[in-house]
Design a protein around this ligand. Structure first.
Ligand SMILES: NC(=O)c1ccc[n+]([C@@H]2O[C@H](COP(=O)([O-])OP(=O)(O)OC[C@H]3O[C@@H](n4cnc5c(N)ncnc54)[C@H](O)[C@@H]3O)[C@@H](O)[C@H]2O)c1
Length: 251
């Protein structure tokens, strides 16, 4: 039985909500009483997620590519129209990309990974944060990775994008610290989701071998931490990086 976190009356946007961490985060937020706008580019998977999650509470779902600033701007307006002013944003959509040596990535692959994992977070913040600032309340949670702290071999663009997401968290947090819009990030170790299909088995084995607890993190474990960070109980942490790595990166 999960501990209760109170998100009643709050409206969240969760990107990449069709599956994996994003789905589990949306699920946990609905259980806590929030209304949730589910954003994802996978139309079929998102519709299925919205049907299932719709039994738990108030949802809407928007098919978009989070790197498309016009689509994100429209989605932000639609979410507010359908559910009310958005005061929680979870920048979760992301891709691993292929595993290669740094010099073997094509420029197109490199740029796309940075775009999806990093630029999208800036784009979603630009669309949603000004209203939080005006209203004097907001919570932004960025889903980074231990790869961003450590720099995984054979995953340079991914690791770079996640490191930069930690820095975006720190900069934005300082800009918003006096208006009760708190910005934090989490750094999970390898998780039990479909993203692992994008990686070689060798890379997955490498990541598990680095985790002292010797297992993958479950999406619901990430969701529990994110739900707390999204709540009013999280009141004096901003610009921080919260570890959830089974002991891998204890700093
Ligand atoms: N699973 C892990 O091992 C792990 C570890 C650390 C951090 N993370 C991070 O957690 C986040 C979620 O990962 P996951 O494991 O749940 O992945 P996943 O592949 O299971 O799900 C990601 C979702 O994001 C969506 N998405 C991808 N690009 C998008 C785009 N441009 N626009 C809109 N939607 C898009 C996909 O359609 C998918 O539904 C990612 O940012 C990932 O980097 C994952």
């Amino acid at each position: 039985m999960a501990n209760k976190i109170d998100l009643k009356g709050h409206v969240a946007v969760v990107t990449g909500a069709a599956r994996g961490f994003g789905y589990a985060i949306a699920d946990r937020m609905l259980e806590s009483g929030a209304a949730v706008s589910l954003w994802d580019m996978d139309k079929a998977a998102l519709a299925k997620a919205a049907r299932t999650l719709g039994h738990k509470g108030k949802v809407d779902h928007i098919v978009l590519d989070v790197t498309d600033e016009t689509a994100v701007e429209d989605a932000a307006q639609q979410a507010a129209r359908h559910l009310g002013p958005v005061d929680i944003l979870v920048n979760n959509a992301g891709i691993a990309g292929p595993n290669r040596k740094t010099w073997e990535y094509t420029p197109g692959e490199f740029r796309r990974i940075i775009d999806v994992n990093l630029a999208s977070a800036y784009i979603c913040c630009a669309a949603l944060v000004p209203d939080m600032k005006t209203r004097g309340y907001g919570r932004v949670i960025n889903i980074s990775s231990v790869a961003g702290k450590e720099g995984n071999p054979n995953a340079a663009p991914y690791s770079i994008s996640k490191a930069a997401l930690i820095t975006l968290t720190k900069s934005l947090a300082k800009e918003l610290a006096d208006v009760n819009v708190l910005v934090n990030c989490v750094t999970p170790a390898a998780g039990n989701t479909e993203i692992l299909k994008q990686m070689t088995q060798e890379h997955v084995n490498y990541m598990i071998s680095r985790i002292p607890m010797g297992r993958l993190v479950e999406p619901k474990e990430v969701a529990a931490l994110v739900a707390w960070l999204a709540s009013a109980d999280c009141s004096f942490s901003t610009g921080a990086t919260f570890d959830i790595s089974g002991g891998r990166s204890t700093y």
